[in-house]
Ligand binder design. Sequence first.
Ligand code: AMP
Length: 396
Amino acid sequence: MGILVINSGSSSIKYQLFNMDDESVLAKGLVERIGIEGSRLEQEVNGEEIEIEQEIADHSVGMKLVIDTLTDTETGVISDVEEIDAVGHRVVHGGEYFDGSVVVDDDVKEKIEECAKLAPLHNPANLMGIEVCEELIPNAPQVVTFDTAFHQSIPKESYMYALPYEFYEKHRVRRYGFHGTSHKFVAQRVAEEMGQPVEDLKIITCHLGNGASVTAVKNGKAYDTSMGLTPLEGLVMGTRCGDIDPAAVPFIMEKEDLSPQEMDQLMNNKSGLLGVSGVSSDMRDVEDAASDGNKRAQLALDMFTNRVKKYIGSYTAEMNGVDAIVFTAGIGENGSEVREASCSELDYLGVKIDADKNNVRGKTQEISTTDSKVNVYVIPTNEELVIARDTKELIK
Ligand code: AMP
């Protein structure tokens, strides 16, 4: 069974074609710079890469190029578009409507559009991907998986903000959380690794990438998460500030004469590792600068890991304990120093990291000592596989 997984962004389309009979990846690729100069497609099949540079005016042209490349007689992996049995889409915001993946119909599309007010950069682009696929792959059912869905189980006292209640009623201002597909996947995987039912465990999952969030997973369900109404709250990220005193926002706006949009941009695109270090938003660059003696880069690193540690502590308190801590995504899977620093001085919880085991990149491994009371793991995330599995399940 061929399932195509699509992550449609404002100027890009990421895709993976799975053979779901054995969950193997037949091809994966990226169309980028849609609608701007230098647009291109790159595709990887069995480790071999091809690149096609051509004008890609819009998502429809981009998606057509994806299908042409997948079905190309020389570089393709399928002979006909009919071999795509279903398409699974990543959609960022499902609001309070969706606590799981669903088959697309007009009502689902309307709700995705309605949630665009909560994710103006993402939902319209995600919806565009769905509509283009409906047009170009008309016989394949479409399924959507939401970044917010896993977090819908979070109890009200954790998802509400202590603002006047009417703003929840009028505008649905509350915590939604993001990266849900990833948190759910690694929580289930760590339970498998530990040989215990996920329903019996208290797990803290740390998705540390350019965007980063921590989730408390109690008895297999999300119990709290660090991202909020938008993906800005919580951890220090590549370019996002994460938690700050909300009163700093009007204070800076007044001092610097900034509009709400400019302030939003400052907190989303100019802050975090980049804003503090002044070097880069990329953890590798910040680590390199810190080891060359750059003090601001070291400060950015220390702030990043300190914030992770704070969340581990607070989620342990909320769940009344923790059995496992998982690190995933670009930094979580590769950054051994970040993992070590985030787990340092957690001995009061019985967390002990084994330095040798922690010297690992991009593969599933337990990194805690045998006498650690909490099992700490690195688990590579695979959001695309979750989307493909949900799609297969729903179209059965
Ligand atoms: P993602 O958004 O999941 O692709 O993660 C991107 C982040 O992972 C960037 O900040 C990268 O610097 C970081 N990253 C990738 N490889 C490493 C590494 N070897 N050590 C530390 N950070 C890494």
